[in-house]
Design a binder for this molecule. Structure first.
Ligand code: RIB
Ligand code: CA
Length: 306
């Protein structure tokens, strides 16, 4: 039996591949998927999560969450994810979402889990922050909080900020202060998981199932990242799920993080101290990735799916 796990996401092309990686990995006992706006509005990210869940026989429940950050509004990114959020790839509708809202579902699962849960955040941290801000003691029920967020250098949403942090910096600050053992999977790490055309071709050749084909079609729709040299797109969210499955593919270091909550051009910047020079919330910072091992894991697990 795998580790009780909950994934919060904003599908989103890379979220879709991250969910499929989780579905194909028995190390994770995926108890629920909670959905937040971000890459697109919740009116797209929620049905997208349901459609991806529908690619497997017995998917976990999907719960609707926040369609706006704690302050302001989300800034969608259709240039990367397409107007529909899955790169135009048409999937069956999948199971209907539950009525229970994400923050309530997160709290319920944390309370009920017999062992501490692995919680993986793949979108703006709004749902997770709402859950923990209203019941802070539940942070002790989280064994590991793995967040795809932040960067110690250049952002991707703005020159200063990574997309998830930029879209709800207050929520990220609440999470970092919650006290759960936190692993940060940021842009410098995910840049090492570059889905080039050659890697995508190799992935597609791993099997003949519908889920693998859908994953490859979705990823093929993502434009190469100019920030990363124009040769491929980073598989951000699958890196966070891969850490939960095979942490040995990563090297890490202790670091401290603060989030810029100001109104200016550095809003949402994660100030990551890797050298013990200042304050901030303690995190385990993922620094390097065995990229070949990561893509081998991704292919092996997606090939298991129907
Ligand atoms: O910066 C990349 C992150 O923002 C990923 O989670 C992507 O899906 C978007 O949510
Ligand atoms: Ca995401």
């Amino acid at each position: 039996m795998g580790s009780p796990t909950l994934i919060d996401c904003d599908p989103g092309t890379d979220d879709a591949l991250a969910l499929l990686l989780a579905f194909g990995s028995p190390e994770l006992d995926l108890r629920a998927i909670t959905v937040v706006g971000g890459n697109l509005g919740l009116d797209r990210t929620l049905p997208n999560a349901c459609a991806v869940a529908g690619l497997i026989a017995a998917p976990p429940a999907v719960h609707p969450g926040a369609d706006r950050p704690l302050l302001g509004a989300f800034t969608p990114e259709p240039r990367v994810h397409g107007a529909d959020g899955l790169g135009g790839v048409r999937l069956s509708a999948g199971p209907a979402p539950r009525a229970e809202l994400a923050a309530d579902a997160i709290r319920g699962h944390l309370r009920a889990s017999p062992t501490p849960m692995t919680v993986i955040g793949l979108g703006p941290a709004t749902n997770l922050a709402l859950a923990l801000a209203t019941e802070p003691a539940l942070a002790a029920r989280i064994g590991t909080l793995i967040l795809m967020t932040g960067a110690w250098g250049e952002g991707n949403a703005t020159p200063a900020a990574e997309f998830n942090a930029f879209n709800d910096p207050e929520a990220l600050a609440i999470l970092l202060a919650a006290g759960a053992p936190t692993v940060l999977v940021g842009l410098e790490l995910t840049a090492q998981a570059l889905a080039t055309p050659a890697r995508l071709a190799s992935l597609r050749a791993r099997g003949t199932g519908q889920a693998l084909a859908a994953a490859c079609d979705i990823q093929a729709s993502v434009p190469a990242s100019a920030r990363l040299g124009g040769v491929g797109a980073a598989l951000h969210d699958p890196c966070a799920v891969a850490y939960a499955i095979r942490p040995d593919l990563f090297t890490t270091r202790a670091a401290r993080v603060t989030v810029d909550l100001g109104p200016g051009p550095s809003r949402g910047r994660t100030v990551i101290d890797r050298w013990g020079r200042g304050g901030g919330a303690p995190v385990t910072l993922a620094e390097t990735l065995d990229a070949d091992g990561f893509f081998a894991l991704l292919g092996e697990r997606l090939a298991r799916l129907p």
